[in-house]
Design a protein around this ligand. Structure first.
Ligand SMILES: CC(C)(COP(=O)(O)OP(=O)(O)OC[C@H]1O[C@@H](n2cnc3c(N)ncnc32)[C@H](O)[C@@H]1OP(=O)(O)O)[C@@H](O)C(=O)NCCC(=O)NCCS
Length: 379
């Protein structure tokens, strides 16, 4: 047994692994900036295309730069025929598994796959942002036995995503909702999936590999998977009057209420308010106020946890919006992934800019120097 002792940072809690220019998070104040701009301003005043430019290039675009990025996104909304076949072959899987597999397959058809220059990474990041939307929608339709819908080049990224899913051009409110959702999910420092993407990039693997890693990591219920779990929980509760009893039951059994708590935020996640307000308005407009009422009642039931720094996070209200938009629950995490691709790309760009292999240590606590016993002599 090793005798030296070390300070373990389990889960890498509170460890700074590098410097960044991507986003600033103050978990105590509940503040989030992308490249210096407050998330509240970006959610209210910007568009996903503009935020993608801001993240990838470091400043807000002028009109010409924005038009160019928009044209790039629009011109890369197609995927090779072979990738449609991959989607079809895997169509019974969870949409996150299909997305991960199809993005992985795209690497084989991308002539720039191994171009790790900053321009190459930006170009591929934008291409993957568009292609991921096409994959998610093609899969959504394939599993219903329906053919994919060709993109509408007159539509924004968010509106076109909804169009390729349903075949109907969304109204302005719906398109804006989706757009805000993508903005709110676009970047978030060294969260688990971005960190995983950075680890992959730190070996000097390529962007496709890093984004496949990010998608795989995002799927878990402690990360992006929470959005899917929140609406399952709301359905199970069924009535606002039952929320308190439900919370008591789950917490009494040492379970967790999904959509609450965060590794960094000990105040309310600043992204949550935009989704809460929009979810409330949408519920009222559609005559389905019960979902936000159930979620509000859960927030009340969790009030004693606020003193411990456990508040709602971004996933809590995101699910209710998708649900009201009639989007199936298993697409909630892929939608999160779609918003996050510019953020993953930026993390990879930063990693490449000043690369160092990310390789921590594990403190060994197993037996030492055991005698190797031949198989015939083992009990
Ligand atoms: C996000 C999360 C994994 C962060 O975890 P973390 O920083 O490692 O914190 P811990 O898991 O150590 O939790 C600290 C304490 O708060 C409690 N806690 C954290 N989140 C909780 C939740 N959602 N419900 C109930 N209790 C919670 C833990 O049980 C733990 O209590 P203890 O100290 O008595 O053991 C955690 O809050 C969680 O599981 N949330 C639910 C899933 C979710 O919404 N994820 C999306 C994040 S954006």
């Amino acid at each position: 047994m090793a005798t030296r002792s070390v300070e373990l940072k389990r889960g890498l809690k509170d460890v700074y692994l590098d410097r960044t220019q991507a986003s600033f998070i103050d978990g105590t104040e509940g503040k989030l900036l992308y490249r210096g701009y407050n998330i509240h301003d970006l959610a209210e005043k910007s568009t996903f295309e503009e935020v993608a430019y801001l993240l990838l290039y470091g400043s807000l675009p002028n009109q010409e730069q924005l038009d160019e990025l928009d044209a790039t996104l629009k011109s890369t909304r197609t995927i090779p025929e072979e990738v449609y076949r991959v989607i079809d072959l895997t169509k019974d899987g969870h949409p996150m598994d299909v997305l991960r597999t199809a993005v992985s397959a795209l690497a084989s058809f991308d002539p720039d796959v191994e171009d790790n220059t900053a321009d190459g990474v930006r170009r591929k990041g934008l291409r993957l942002t568009s292609q991921a939307a096409t994959i998610i929608c093609a899969h959504y339709r394939a599993r219903q036995g329906l053919p994919p819908i060709a993109p509408d080049q007159s539509l924004s990224h968010a509106a076109n995503f909804l169009y390729m899913m349903r075949g109907v051009v969304p109204d302005e409110d719906e398109a804006k909702l989706m757009d805000v959702d993508f903005i709110l999910h676009a970047e978030h420092g060294a969260n688990a999936s971005s960190f995983a993407s950075r680890v992959t990039a730190s070996t000097l693997a390529d962007l496709h590999a890093a984004i496949v890693t990010g998608i795989g990591t995002l799927k878990g219920p402690l990360h992006g998977g929470a959005a899917e779990s929140v609406m399952k929980m709301a359905e199970e509760i069924g009535d606002p009057a039952e929320a308190e009893a439900y919370a008591k039951r789950v917490l009494g059994g040492h379970g967790r209420i999904m959509g609450f708590g965060h590794r960094v935020y000990k105040a309310e996640d600043p992204r949550a308010q935009h989704l809460r307000d929009r979810s409330r308005s949408l519920g009222e407009k559609l005559g389905q106020p019960q979902w936000i009422q159930i979620l509000d009642a859960l927030v009340e039931a969790m009030a004693p946890y606020r003193a411990r720094g456990i508040h709602v996070n971004v996933d809590f209200f995101a699910g209710s919006i998708y649900y009201l938009m009639d989007i199936p629950e298993d697409l909630f995490i892929p939608i999160f992934a779609l918003g996050r691709i510019p953020g993953w790309t930026l993390q990879v760009l930063e990693q490449f800019e000043n690369n160092i292999l990310i390789r921590p240590l594990l403190w060994y606590e197993g037996p030492m120097d055991l005698e190797y016993v031949p198989i015939e002599a083992r009990a």
